[in-house]
Structure formats: structure tokens, C-alpha cells
Ligand binder design. Structure first.
Ligand code: ATP
Ligand code: MG
Length: 413
């Protein structure tokens, strides 16, 4: 993509009311637009990264048997009344509106109830199980504090998968598979080393659950980590009882601030019982379906990556999710660089081409702010000598690569 065509522009200052580092950098680099507190739009470059994160999650959900759907954001209040969660006292962050006839119309804050209800006509016998169904869908939550940029939106995208199993042991086995898929996701997006499977409260669903917590000072959660055993405990369930049950030593656990990037719950029959999602077993007996749910916020993940990996010059994207792999800068050598851009693009190497009429200093600063993994610079002198300068966003070393070899150089990496 030619940067001269891009409608977004980077800017020196973030909005004064933006407290979080992730939103400050993403707004300055033109990745997102702040509509208001907790409500952000994704712009062309930001959407490319967001979609790459979504793509990685989708691959891993498909790999464990997930089938993708898209449920609605407008929900049926009657379904929610069966579990008691329509009540504002039970759930305090609903956004609700009304139909013209005055009846209630809630906006999705999650989808356990509609998803369970939707599956009823499709699950009748034990032969219909197990099934794993997921979506990327917008959730609306009237969050009290929305000061963490895209990590805590009042409108945000969630990947939520729901598992429907015949027995508790089938659920247990799938739960472990989902946990491994989550570990692969966090590894692939570049935060695997800082992300810990964390023993946590199960909220209203179950006694315990697991969260995936990324250690980061911008986090809103507190966890106690045992790095050698690669496990953590959320402060909310940090009791003696739990430490002992996990076979951990209170000394070896270190207190850290962290961001919940995902979570997995065993729901059991909490939803299948009230909504009547049952199946007929081999002996004809009717039994409730055993469920689990598995959430990840791709936007929160994107914000976490910015918080964790950026430096004083700007954003640093891991290659797997960068909007482009290469940032190509022409410093007064447009003719030669136009050719390089064409060659790289034709070789399928994603390239953002800074062909703007701007000063070198401005192009370098923008390139650091945008955080694209590799920068190629072609100036007047290098154009004459047939050599380009290649630098990684995270390194200081500049490598000289022959202009004719550039696409081979990147194809072989
Ligand atoms: P938190 O404890 O941070 O409020 P939660 O426990 O309510 O989150 P879930 O409802 O289980 O979160 O949502 C599943 C995932 O969706 C979370 O692990 C997180 O990645 C993401 N998520 C939750 N709330 C938000 C939000 N307001 N903005 C962006 N992502 C979110
Ligand atoms: Mg939580």
C-alpha cells in the first residue's frame, strides 16, 4: 500500500483525555479512532492487525473442531429471564433499550443463553454430541471504568466458543484441548512468554475457572506467579487452600499486575438445566448437556501487545500480526523505490510504501511509531549503488542488501 494514498496520518500528540499507553500509541499512529471513552473504531492499518489476530484465533479454534457462527447483538429478553440474568441486580452492566411497543430489548453483553437456546433443535441424541460452536461478535458492556484504551471497551469484539458435551469427562478432555489452543494463540501473537494459565474464580458459573493473564504493569488484575512451574493464581482466590491444592509454595509465588487476555470456564449444566438443553442417552434416558465456554478479546489482546512490546519510539508488532511486514521508505529515490515496491508486492511480501513527499526525519519517526517489523530505506546514493538499507524495528544494526536481491532476502526468512 502506498502511504500517500492512506487517509490516516500519524500525529505527535494523543488526545489529552487518553490515559492508556495502548490507545495513545494506536491513536497517534492512526490505527484507531477514539469515538468516546471505551469506544474505539479501527482504521485501515489497525484493522489489518486486528484481522490477523482474529485469523490466528480462528485457525486455532477450527483446529480443535470449532464451527463458526454469528449470533445477533440484539437479544431476546425472554431467553435471559429463564436463567435470571436479565435482572439488573444480577447483571449490572447491561445496555438495554426498548422496542417501539415499549418492551425490553437488550444488547448482547455475552451469549451463553442465546447460544444454548439456539442449539436446542440440533441436539437430541448422544449421537449429536460433542459440538463446539464459536463466533467473533460484538459485546456491549456498561463498564464502570473505561480507562484502559482498547483493552476495556464498552463495545468490543469477543471470540466466544461454547462446548456441548455428553459427560463431565468429555468436557474435561475438551477443556484441556482448548487450554492448549489458547497457549498456541498467545505464543503466535508474541506474548506467550509473559502469559500464564491462572487459577481463578468461576464467578456465578462454577467454583473455579482458568484465566490467561499477561504480566504487565498496565493490568487491572493482581496474580501470584510461580514462573518455574508456569502457573499463577488470581488474587481473588489466593487462599491457603488453593495454594496447597495446586501443590505450590507460598514463597515461590510472586505478586504481579496482569491483564486477563482470555478465560475458560466449565459451565456444567448451569445453562442447559434452566434452558432445557437435553439429549437422549443410549438407554433412552434424557440428560442435560454438559457445557463449557471459552473467551478471548482480540481487541484486548491487541492492546496488551502494544502495552507489552512498545518502546519509547512507538509500537513494536510481532511479525505474525503486523499490518505489513515491510515499511519501505523512499528518500528522494522514487523511481527506483517504485520498482522495489512493485517487485516486493508481486512476490507477496506485504509492504507499506512511504512514497510521501516528506523529510527523512519525519519518515523515520513515523516508521518507528508504526512499528512495522522491517524497514527498507532507499536514498539517492543507495539507488545509484544498487544497495538498500534494511533494519529491524527492534534492532540497531543496518544491513546492506542488493536491491535486486531484496525479495529473495525476505522470502528466505
Ligand atoms: P474482566 O474481568 O476483565 O472484566 P471478564 O472476566 O468480564 O473480563 P469475560 O466476560 O469472560 O471477561 O470475557 C472474555 C474475554 O473477553 C476476556 O478474557 C477479555 O479478553 C475480553 N474482554 C472482556 N471484557 C472486555 C472489554 N470490556 N473490552 C475488551 N475485551 C474484553
Ligand atoms: Mg475476569
Amino acid at each position: 500500500m502506498r502511504q500517500s494514498q492512506l487517509f490516516t496520518k500519524s500525529r505527535r500528540e494523543a488526545p489529552k483525555d487518553e490515559e492508556s499507553l495502548n490507545a495513545q500509541l494506536l491513536i497517534r499512529a492512526g490505527y484507531v479512532h477514539k469515538e468516546m471513552a471505551g469506544v474505539y473504531s479501527f482504521l485501515p492499518l489497525g484493522l489489518r492487525t486486528f484481522e490477523k489476530i482474529v485469523g490466528i484465533i480462528r485457525e486455532e479454534m477450527n483446529a480443535i473442531g470449532g464451527q463458526e457462527v454469528a449470533l445477533t447483538a440484539l437479544q431476546n429478553p425472554e431467553i435471559w429471564k429463564t436463567t435470571g440474568r436479565f435482572d439488573d441486580i444480577v447483571v449490572d452492566n447491561w445496555f438495554k433499550t426498548k422496542l417501539k411497543n415499549g418492551s425490553d430489548l437488550p444488547l448482547a453483553f455475552t451469549h451463553e443463553e442465546p447460544m444454548t437456546f439456539m442449539m436446542k433443535p440440533f441436539i437430541q441424541s448422544y449421537r449429536d454430541l460433542p459440538k463446539y460452536v464459536y463466533q467473533f461478535q460484538t459485546k456491549f458492556r456498561n463498564e464502570t471504568r473505561a480507562k484502559s484504551g482498547i483493552m476495556r471497551g464498552r463495545e468490543f469484539m469477543m471470540k466466544d466458543l461454547y462446548s456441548f458435551s455428553r459427560t463431565q469427562s468429555d468436557l474435561d478432555a475438551f477443556y484441556e484441548q482448548a487450554a492448549l489452543a489458547y497457549e498456541r494463540i498467545f505464543e503466535r501473537v508474541g506474548i506467550g512468554a509473559s502469559t500464564f494459565k491462572t487459577f481463578a474464580s468461576g464467578g456465578v458459573f462454577s467454583k473455579y475457572s482458568h484465566e490467561y493473564q499477561t504480566i504487565c504493569d498496565a493490568g487491572e488484575d493482581i496474580i501470584f506467579v510461580d514462573e518455574s512451574k508456569n502457573i499463577a493464581i488470581n488474587q481473588e482466590v489466593f487462599t491457603d487452600e488453593v495454594i496447597a491444592a495446586l501443590g505450590l509454595e507460598k514463597e515461590s509465588l510472586v505478586r504481579k499486575k496482569s491483564i486477563e487476555v482470555g478465560n475458560i470456564f466449565k459451565l456444567g449444566t448451569s445453562f442447559s438445566d434452566p434452558l432445557g438443553l437435553t439429549y437422549k442417552d443410549e438407554d433412552g434416558e434424557s440428560k442435560p448437556v454438559i457445557m463449557g465456554c471459552y473467551g478471548i478479546g482480540p481487541g484486548r489482546l491487541m492492546g496488551t501487545i502494544v502495552e507489552l512490546l512498545s518502546d519509547d519510539k512507538g509500537i513494536v508488532w510481532p511479525e505474525a500480526i503486523a499490518p505489513f511486514r515491510i515499511h519501505l521508505l523512499s528518500l528522494g529515490a522514487d523511481e527506483v523505490t517504485d520498482g522495489v515496491y512493485r517487485t516486493l508486492t508481486e512476490a507477496g511480501i506485504e509492504t507499506l510504501y512511504d512514497d510521501r513527499d516528506a523529510r527523512a526525519g519525519e519518515k523515520f519517526a513515523d516508521s518507528d511509531l508504526l512499528g512495522i517489523p522491517y524497514r527498507i530505506v532507499i536514498g539517492k546514493r543507495s539507488a545509484e549503488s544498487g544497495q538498500a538499507e534494511v533494519k529491524r524495528r527492534t534492532g540497531e544494526d543496518v544491513e546492506t542488501v542488493s536491491i535486486t536481491e531484496l525479495s529473495a532476502y525476505f522470502q528466505n526468512r
